[in-house]
Design a protein around this ligand. Structure first.
Ligand SMILES: C[S@@+](CC[C@H](N)C(=O)[O-])C[C@H]1O[C@@H](n2cnc3c(N)ncnc32)[C@H](O)[C@@H]1O
Length: 243
C-alpha cells in the first residue's frame, strides 16, 4: 500500500487495510506521542485517565492495553495501580514505546493469551484501524474472565452544531496539516506523515454509528454496555462487562 492509496477517498479494506495500517504506524512511530499531544491539545491525557478509571477493577488486576502503540495507556494503567501488558501489530510503535510493561507483538484478532486470562482490556484510538470489529470484540471476550471489564476509547464527532463546525475545521483541516508537519519534523518520511494525518479524519468513516457499535459489543458477550461522550463529544468511551 503506497501513501497515495491512503490519500484516496476510498478507504482500504481487508488485507489491504491491514498492510496500509501497519506501514503507516511503523512510519509515524518516532513522533507519535508528541504529535498526539499537539493534535488533541493535551486532552487525550484526561481521556486516558478516565478510560482506566472506568474499568473499576481491583488493584493489581492484569489489564491488556490492546493496540497499545507506544504504551500511553500502559503507563496510565501502572499509575492507577494495575498490572499492564501491551499488544500491538506495529514493530515500529512497539520500538518507540516508553513503558516498563511487557509488550508483545501480536494481532488483536488472535491474541497470545489463554481464555479468561485477563481482568480487563483497554484500547485507545484503534477501533478504526482493525480490519473487522466483530472478530476483534469476540477475541476480547475470549481472553477476559467472566466479570472482566472492557474500555474502548475512540474519537467521535460532537452533535452540537457549533461544536461540530469547529470540530470539522480542526479535525478535518488543522489536524492533517499540523499532524503531518509535526510527524515529519519528528522523523517520519514527509509523504508518509502527510498521508497518515489525512487518514486520521478519513478513518472515522470506518466506525459504525453508536447504536450499532453498542450492539456489536453486546453481541460479542458483554453486559452493562455503555457509551459516554467526552469533551463535548469529540471523543467517546465505550465500556462493558464480560458476561
Ligand atoms: C492510533 S494508534 C493508538 C495507539 C495507542 N493505543 C494510543 O492510545 O495512543 C493505533 C494502533 O493500533 C495498532 N493496530 C492496528 N491494527 C491492529 C491489530 N489488528 N492488532 C493489534 N494492533 C493493531 C496500530 O499498530 C497502532 O499502534
Amino acid at each position: 500500500m503506497s501513501p497515495r492509496s491512503l490519500r484516496a477517498p476510498s478507504l482500504p479494506t481487508g488485507a489491504e487495510k491491514v498492510a496500509a495500517v501497519d506501514a503507516m504506524f511503523d512510519a509515524i512511530a518516532p513522533g507519535y506521542d508528541v504529535t498526539n499531544r499537539v493534535i488533541s491539545l493535551g486532552l487525550d491525557k484526561g481521556w486516558r485517565r478516565r478510560t482506566v478509571r472506568s474499568l473499576g477493577v481491583r488493584p493489581g488486576a492484569v489489564v491488556l492495553d490492546l493496540a497499545c502503540g507506544t504504551g500511553d495507556l500502559c503507563r496510565e494503567l501502572a499509575r492507577q495501580g494495575l498490572t499492564p501488558v501491551g499488544a500491538d501489530r506495529s514493530a515500529g510503535m512497539l520500538g518507540a514505546a516508553r513503558t516498563s510493561a511487557p509488550l508483545v507483538r501480536g494481532d488483536g484478532l488472535s491474541l497470545p493469551f489463554r481464555a479468561g486470562a485477563l481482568d480487563g482490556i483497554v484500547c485507545g484510538f484503534a477501533l478504526r484501524n482493525f480490519s473487522a470489529l466483530a472478530p476483534m470484540l469476540a477475541e476480547c471476550a475470549r481472553v477476559l474472565r467472566p466479570g472482566g471489564r472492557l474500555a474502548l476509547l475512540e474519537v467521535d464527532a460532537p452533535s452540537q452544531p457549533l461544536l461540530l463546525l469547529g470540530h470539522r475545521v480542526w479535525f478535518g483541516h488543522v489536524v492533517p496539516f499540523v499532524g503531518g508537519l509535526v510527524a515529519a519534523r519528528s522523523g517520519a518520511p514527509r509523504a508518509r506523515a502527510t498521508a497518515a494525518y489525512r487518514y486520521l479524519p478519513a478513518s472515522v468513516a470506518y466506525l459504525p454509528p453508536p447504536p450499532e457499535l453498542l450492539a456489536l459489543i453486546t453481541a460479542a458477550g458483554f453486559a452493562s454496555v455503555e457509551r459516554r461522550a467526552l469533551s463535548g463529544g469529540i471523543a467517546q468511551l465505550l465500556t462493558g462487562t464480560r458476561s
